[in-house]
Design a protein around this ligand. Structure first.
Ligand SMILES: NC(=O)c1ccc[n+]([C@@H]2O[C@H](COP(=O)([O-])OP(=O)(O)OC[C@H]3O[C@@H](n4cnc5c(N)ncnc54)[C@H](OP(=O)(O)O)[C@@H]3O)[C@@H](O)[C@H]2O)c1
Length: 266
């Protein structure tokens, strides 16, 4: 059975990847911080699909956590055929208010982990002549709005470049750029989502179907949902100031919300 390593599989998009891949017969390695929740998710997947599920508690904000996962990816005795770099969280908010430690931790999860795990995986997979990497970015990467957007711009650009470098090695590389997706992401960040219209929301299953379809077809960048394809196409042609103004109206954060979040991360 092929094996997939998924970061952030305990909820949202990562959990949808885990359920979908397990039902397709993939064995799994699941990486997240909350080990009790990892165990529950693993037990459910084993019971539902009969696949082997290894739990790997690690904090990707910590260098030791990233090194441990990279070591697991480099282990040729237990090869990983598909890496899904999915773990993530909202950024700490405005740089005028955010705590630098929270900025650094977000950068570590959203960027350093994606770089290090992709770096390790692509070399191990290329040596074996096959494999796949799916990096979960965001439409936020097309909009200059805080360090979260900047991190996702990195992930999209980095993955496009990696796909080019991996051409001819047997390793396929995909970056998915979802818009608003119903997961725990917004509640964890304390975001107010009432003002976001229904038609903009995606399901995590929709994001996963689209990403796996892109992997099968050899497409590198994918934006799930027609509504978001149109928005991204428009965003590429609009002046930067009008995009930032329009996005500020959706999923609005007040200065109070940002300060509260900064307090919570201290
Ligand atoms: N939801 C959206 O609207 C949306 C849109 C575009 C892109 N995305 C991207 O989609 C990805 C998944 O987010 P989601 O919406 O599914 O969020 P979610 O439901 O909050 O799930 C986040 C997952 O990441 C794990 N995680 C968070 N911090 C971690 C850390 N330091 N180390 C290891 N694991 C960590 C969490 O588990 P633990 O807490 O146990 O560690 C959880 O399994 C993220 O990269 C996000 O940026 C989301």
């Amino acid at each position: 059975m092929p094996t997939a390593l998924i970061t952030g599989p305990t909820s949202g998009i990562g959990n949808a990847f885990a359920r979908r891949l397990a039902s397709d017969g993939w064995d799994l390695v699941l990486v997240a911080r909350d080990s009790a929740r990892l165990d529950r998710v693993a037990a459910d997947l084993r019971a539902a699909s009969g696949v082997e599920v290894e739990t790997f508690p690690a904090d990707l904000a910590a260098e030791s956590g990233r090194n441990a996962v990279a070591e697991r990816l480099a282990d040729d005795e237990r090869p990983v055929d598909l890496l899904v770099n999915n773990a993530g969280m909202a950024g700490p908010g405005s740089l005028l208010l955010s705590d630098f430690g929270a900025e650094d931790a977000a950068l570590s999860v959203l960027v350093r982990a994606v770089l290090q795990l992709s770096h390790t995986a692509v070399r191990a997979m290329a040596a074996r002549g096959h494999g796949g990497i799916i990096n979960v970015s965001s439409v936020a990467g097309y909009v200059p709005r805080g360090t979260y957007s900047a991190s996702k711009a990195y992930v999209t650009n980095f993955t496009e470049s990696l796909a080019e470098e991996a051409r001819g090695t047997g390793v396929r590389v995909v970056v998915t750029c979802p818009g608003f997706t119903r997961t725990e992401f917004h509640a964890r960040a304390g975001f107010e989502t009432d003002s976001i219209p229904d038609f903009l929301w995606l399901s995590a299953d929709r994001v996963v179907d689209d990403a796996l379809d892109a992997l099968r077809r050899g497409r590198v960048v994918t934006v799930p949902g027609l509504q978001w394809k149109v928005i991204v196409a428009a965003a590429k042609h609009l002046p930067v100031r009008s995009i930032t103004r329009a996005t500020r109206k959706l999923g609005r954060q007040t200065r109070d919300q940002i300060s509260t979040r900064t307090e919570r991360t201290r």
